[in-house]
Ligand binder design. Structure first.
Ligand SMILES: [Zn+2]
Length: 102
């Protein structure tokens, strides 16, 4: 299942403030996205909105619990707010709408 993980941090914790803030956040993000054989998740894409202090990670995972386990293991839980949203391709959503209205 696809999930969009949305990370938000406060400006006072922003990695752009300097090395002290950047290094732990970069290490946590690198740990989260790194592919390893024993992981249940795979990061398919990532984006950032610097001004909104948000990071978006498209993650394939069996469920949200697997993502939360990876968030804990990477250290991101201690550095940012995370929302895990189940997502589908828009084309699949449109087919669902058509079927529901038939
Ligand atoms: Zn920021």
């Amino acid at each position: 299942m696809l999930h969009m993980v949305v990370h938000t941090h406060d400006p006072q914790d922003c990695p752009f403030r300097g090395k002290d803030a950047a290094e732990p956040m970069i290490a946590a993000l690198e740990s989260f996205v790194a592919p390893t054989p024993d992981r249940k998740i795979e990061v398919r894409g990532s984006w950032a909105s610097r001004g909104a202090h948000e990071i978006f990670l498209l993650v394939e995972a069996p469920d949200a619990h697997a993502i939360e386990d990876a968030l804990l293991a990477s250290g991101l839980v201690a550095r940012s707010h995370s929302r895990v949203l189940p997502v589908v391709l828009l084309a699949d959503a449109l087919r669902t709408m058509s079927a529901a209205s038939a």
